[in-house]
Design a binder for this molecule. Structure first.
Ligand SMILES: C[S@@+](CC[C@H](N)C(=O)[O-])C[C@H]1O[C@@H](n2cnc3c(N)ncnc32)[C@H](O)[C@@H]1O
Length: 324
């Protein structure tokens, strides 16, 4: 039997009830349920680009929609090392769920209860992808800093590809840890600082300008240029200088982040999505593994581990630990 999760208003710490109209206190709906998600915030916040991106490319990275790749499944189980059977009836918190590529893995492959939070209206894409899991799936549009749960309740907390996109990365980690119960595992994967060269790439050179463009303008420019950029990076890879030159071409890392086995059309779509994801976020603050490990240790975590996890042809930079 799973333990019920106590809902709590993050703005006044009073209890909330889930009702058909939304999250309520004393019979009044404070946070409406709209298109499958409880809404604690408006769409117009610093993550609006993600809302646009994930609703536009809602199915692109969802394993269930793929013929030849299982990248999300492979990443999820490589990074977590979790045993599917063990997760039955566990309460799992996912923060920054985007279009729900990892929500799908938890819901389709385990019998856990999943509480997913995203600050953007990407929750609508997630609901389209996973809303049929009516009993085990709970979806909230809320910030990691103001989540509608009493502290210390979750059996597992995971947050993939998100912390670098938040304004205060340390506070984000503290907030994630605060949601875990004693003995629970907390995991993050994130953009990593590997050395002085990490920021020497087209992304960090152009994003101060591109993040100010509207979503349509940025997407248009990427769509117009994606074909020559894909051709150029593949040419430089063929002649053996891709490692040095491709970082200056304003396109995502095709070799290091895209799954093998995609068709030409699918590769193009993944490239457009991942390139938009590079150039649109308000915040992009890669972190050293040692820094995130230190934050885990300083905030009540033990058995903290940080390092690279390899899966398919990709690598994830991970920190995980157990709440004391
Ligand atoms: C790069 S996407 C990753 C989405 C998903 N985890 C995945 O890997 O496909 C980052 C997500 O973090 C969300 N996000 C950013 N800041 C957030 C915050 N303060 N609270 C909750 N979610 C946030 C964004 O809206 C976005 O959907």
């Amino acid at each position: 039997m799973s333990q019920p999760i106590n809902l709590q208003n993050p703005f006044d710490q009073k209890p909330l009830q889930a009702t058909p109209g939304g999250l309520s206190a004393n019979g009044t709906v404070l946070f409406p349920l709209r298109n499958g998600a409880y809404r604690l915030v408006e769409d117009d916040n610093y993550t609006q680009n993600f809302g646009y991106q994930w609703n536009k490319f809602a199915a692109t990275q969802i394993d269930r929609e793929q013929k030849n790749t299982q990248l999300s499944y492979n990443r999820f189980f490589a990074v977590t090392g979790w045993d599917k059977e063990d997760l039955q009836d566990k309460n799992i918190l996912e923060v920054g769920s985007g279009a729900g590529r990892f929500s799908q893995i938890v819901l389709d492959h385990t019998k856990a209860n999943l509480y997913s939070v995203d600050y953007s209206n990407a929750v609508e894409a997630n609901f389209k992808n996973n809303g049929h899991h009516k009993d085990r799936f709970h979806l909230y549009q809320a910030s990691v800093y103001d989540m509608p749960f009493a502290k210390g309740q979750f059996d597992k907390v995971f947050c993939f590809g998100v912390i670098q996109h938040t304004p205060d990365v340390h506070k984000t980690v503290q907030s994630l840890i605060s949601m875990a119960k004693p003995g629970a595992e907390v995991l993050v994967d994130f953009y990593c600082v590997n050395g002085w060269w990490t920021k020497l790439q087209a992304k960090y050179m152009f994003r101060p300008v591109t993040k100010k463009w509207g979503n349509e303008k940025l997407l248009n420019k990427i769509e117009k240029n994606v074909d020559w950029m894909m051709a150029a990076t593949s040419f430089f890879n063929r002649i053996g200088i891709g490692r040095f030159v491709n970082r200056f071409i304003p396109i995502c890392d095709i070799k290091g982040t895209l799954p093998e086995g995609l068709s030409k059309q699918e590769t193009r779509e993944w490239c457009i999505l991942d390139t938009f994801d590079m150039f649109s976020p308000e915040y992009d603050q890669p972190q050293k593994i040692s820094t995130v490990k230190k934050w885990f240790e300083e905030n009540g975590m033990e058995q903290v581990w940080g390092g690279e996890v390899h899966y398919d042809n990709c690598v994830a930079y991970v920190v995980k630990g157990i709440k004391k």
